[in-house]
Design a protein around this ligand. Structure first.
Ligand SMILES: Cc1ncc(COP(=O)(O)O)c(C=O)c1O
Length: 405
């Protein structure tokens, strides 16, 4: 039995940019008894989630659901569309883009890593003009896919995917567009069909508010066509058999039944709030969080306001401080987990997650924990971030959802 006296009184504040806290409604839904995955009730559940999830991706095309973490869905996107030795153009936005590139190498692809030099590349989003220029050089169309991360969770930068699509079209290049929105989906605006994305990869443990354990590939017609000739070895990840069986709400193997209960509940919650309202709530919280960071006199990791992430904010700490020590102080004093700096940003920054079911008061508590922890760690602050965020969040008089009848 897991030792449950690990955390002090009250709820642990899980403010990392995913996994995000799982709402009680979803936890309760997941506690329904597991049913026969070949029985009639399951087929109805399968169809409900397979149809519902399309609304979140904004697609009419199939969305494949895997019982795997996001990394599995990354692999599925590559092995279903590409062949050994294929050239792929990948863009360095941060740690997760780097991991996807490593995976492409391990699978026998030839990734080329495009990006701005050094840490600059990790502070700005994808530069579509660099992609366009590179594709224009590829007159023989050797590059088979362009891979970009929409919301780079290691930095707090959300790239403009519509602009990447335009860049590919402007170059007149037939490469597939593969996009990772593992941490963007259901928190940041995303449009699989409208933006002409061929495979969108996502996961359960971020904006969908579920525990880790299921992940997704939204698949365009062009990607399905490519999968017919793609030669990278695949068995478990192969789309064809899954999509065939999904037509009646089933899978060729045992799916993650209880997480699918949770997904059905999450879809009800998100579509009930309305996707646009969900996105606006994330934007508002992110804005308040950034105002807090500015008031502290600290630097926001994302250097271009046009691509600030609504999901998380990366906070850079003064050079003579170790961000992980500050995180440790906050964890030990206030029972709150913040995201660590990853890869090139190790020790240089911490990440505040404001995604999923986050609301005004969870953000205020989070910022209070940060401010108290920063002071305890001896970081000199220019002013109060908590007060700055209150100015933003308190400016709106009545939340329409709570208006008296
Ligand atoms: C943008 C991004 N891509 C990929 C991954 C890897 O997903 P997972 O850890 O679920 O395998 C993550 C995880 O945080 C992520 O944020």
């Amino acid at each position: 039995m897991l030792k449950l006296d690990f955390h002090p009184a009250g709820r642990h504040f899980l403010q990392i940019p995913g996994p995000s806290p799982v709402p009680d409604r979803i936890l309760r839904a997941m506690s329904y008894p597991t049913i026969d995955h070949r029985g009639p009730e399951f087929g109805a559940l399968g169809l409900q989630v397979l149809n519902g999830i399309k609304k979140i991706f904004k697609t009419e095309q199939p969305v494949v659901i895997y019982p795997a973490s996001g990394t599995g869905a990354w692999e599925a996107a590559l092995v279903n569309t590409l062949s050994p030795g294929d050239d792929v153009l990948m863009y360095e936005t941060g740690h997760f883009a780097t991991l996807w590139k490593k995976m492409a190498e391990a699978l026998g692809l030839q990734p080329e890593f495009l990006g701005l030099p050094g840490i600059e590349g990790w502070r700005r989003g994808v530069q579509p003009d660099l992609i366009e220029a590179r594709l224009r050089q590829d007159g023989a169309h050797q590059i088979k896919a362009v891979c970009v991360v929409h919301n780079e969770t290691s930095t707090g930068v959300t790239s403009d995917i519509a602009a990447v699509r335009k860049a590919i079209d402007a170059a007149g290049h037939p490469a597939l567009l593969l996009v990772d929105t593992i941490s963007g989906l259901a928190s940041a605006d995303y449009r699989h069909d409208e933006w002409g994305v061929d495979v969108t990869v996502s996961g359960s443990q971020k904006g969908l508010m579920l525990p880790p354990g299921i992940s997704f590939n939204a698949v365009s017609k062009k990607a399905l066509e490519a999968s017919k000739t793609a030669k990278l070895p695949k068995a478990f990840w192969g789309w064809t058999e899954i999509i065939e069986m999904n037509a009646t709400g089933y899978w060729p193997y045992t799916p993650n039944t209880n997480l699918l209960y949770g997904l059905a509940e999450a879809l009800d919650m998100i579509l009930g709030e309305g996707l646009d309202n969900t996105f606006a709530r994330h934007q508002r919280l992110a804005h308040a969080c950034r105002q807090a960071v500015r008031a502290w006199g600290l630097e926001i990791q994302c250097a271009d306001p046009a691509v600030y992430s609504p999901v998380l904010t990366g906070v850079m700490v003064p050079e003579d401080f170790d961000a992980d020590q500050i995180r440790k102080t906050i964890y030990e004093h206030f029972d709150m987990s913040l995201g660590t700096g990853l890869g090139k940003m190790k020790g240089r920054m911490f990440r505040i997650g404001h995604l999923g079911e986050a609301n005004d008061l969870t953000l205020m508590a989070t910022l209070a924990g940060c401010e108290m922890g920063l002071k305890l760690a001896g970081v000199p602050l220019a002013g109060s971030g908590v007060l700055a965020a209150m100015e933003v969040l308190g400016a709106q008089k009545v939340k329409p959802a709570l208006k008296a009848a």
